[in-house]
Design a protein around this ligand. Structure first.
Ligand code: ATP
Length: 338
């Protein structure tokens, strides 16, 4: 058992509820220890504080990060900086893996891995106002970051036994920025002759994800496109509440469900915990606990098959009941393995 804790940063709404509930499950089933760090918009409103140097040092001392979700104010709030954007930049979390796999019964079949650039593009934070009549957002693409992202995506695809990588961009309009991203990704792809490399414009990719997701295996794309396409993919399969993600950098990894803080259902105890559970599986695997990761994924998949579902997925169970079923399945699985 590893005595170094994982940083637990729940933040707001259902992000906080689910991070805390799933951290208890990880602790009781696999002995994972946590160091809780307060952050998020509600915390800022109460205390005026955002993540500071001391918090970042404490997070650095941990072996990974389990993150909930932050409520994002729709307009600028003086003094507030989104903790997730800050963490991505501070820890150089350049790659974001978002697997979207359908597990519910039905027609909506999907098994796609989106590898999204995570620190540049339109989310690089280079936005300015040129007076009341004009605002500008710069889209940043660097060769160094694109190359390491592309290499990461092809290696990850190979590691998972995937065979096709589709580079998604809009280089017919954004010839320099998206053009550079496209060129580097296709170039890196030449080093992977075992992979079929395709490309697609982002608007067409969104359409095809809904109509014919089977054409995709791994999608390699830019920051904002990946953000939007992963919601499209989740919406076209089991739903946002099931979608996990893992952000990866040179020194740490951060697990976080794709969904946000969902203020409409926060505090009701009915948030779907599977996105957080599958995010934890990605983190456990990254931390070298492959067996625990497999056991947790199998237990969650079994609970889904047994219809332990929250209302967003057509069920009537609470978050706690779902997690209780997952925990029982983990324990039954480990008894069987003995
Ligand atoms: P934020 O302000 O944090 O971006 P949001 O509500 O705009 O929050 P999401 O949290 O991504 O964005 O949620 C979008 C919708 O999906 C909401 O109506 C929410 O109820 C639903 N939803 C998202 N995640 C879950 C979940 N885990 N369980 C149940 N419903 C969810």
């Amino acid at each position: 058992m590893n005595s170094v804790p994982v940083a637990l940063i729940g933040c707001d709404g259902i992000g906080r509820e689910l991070a805390q509930a799933v951290s208890r499950l990880l602790n009781s089933c696999f002995g994972v220890g946590f160091l809780e760090i307060e952050a998020g918009y509600e915390h800022f409103r109460r205390t005026g504080r955002t993540l500071d140097a001391e918090d970042l040092q404490r997070i650095r001392s941990c072996r990974g990060i389990l993150f909930g979700a932050t409520r994002s104010p729709r307009s600028r709030v003086a003094g507030y900086e989104s903790p997730i954007l800050l963490l991505r930049k501070h820890f150089d979390l350049f790659a974001n893996i978002r697997p979207v796999k359908s597990r519910l019964k039905g027609e909506r079949k999907m098994d796609v891995i989106i590898v999204r650039e995570n620190i540049e593009g339109l989310y690089a934070g280079r936005e300015r106002s040129n007076g009341p009549e004009e605002a500008v957002a710069e889209k940043v693409v660097t060769a160094r970051n694109t190359e390491r992202l592309a290499r990461f995506a092809f290696e990850h695809a190979r590691h998972l036994g995937r065979t096709r990588v589709t580079v998604v961009h809009k280089s017919n309009v954004l010839k320099l920025s998206d053009g550079m991203f496209r060129g580097i990704c296709l170039e890196v792809g030449r080093d992977y002759p075992d992979m079929e490399v395709r490309e697609e414009l982002v608007d067409a990719a969104a359409y095809h994800l809904v109509r014919d997701a089977g054409r995709f295996d791994v999608i390699l794309t830019m920051n904002m496109y990946g953000d939007i396409l992963s919601d499209v993919a989740a919406g076209a399969s089991d739903g946002l509440g099931f979608a996990p993600s893992l952000s990866i950098g040179p020194e740490t990894a951060l697990a976080e469900p794709v969904h946000g803080s969902a203020p409409d259902i926060a505090g009701k105890g009915i948030a779907n915990p599977y996105g957080m559970v599958f995010s934890s599986c990605l983190l456990l695997e990254r931390l070298g606990q492959e067996q625990d990761s497999r056991a947790l994924r199998a237990a969650a998949e079994q609970a889904i098959a047994e219809a332990f579902l929250t209302p967003d997925a057509g069920g009537s169970h609470s978050t706690e009941e779902v997690l209780c079923a997952v925990e029982q399945n983990v324990r039954a699985g480990s008894r069987q393995a003995e």
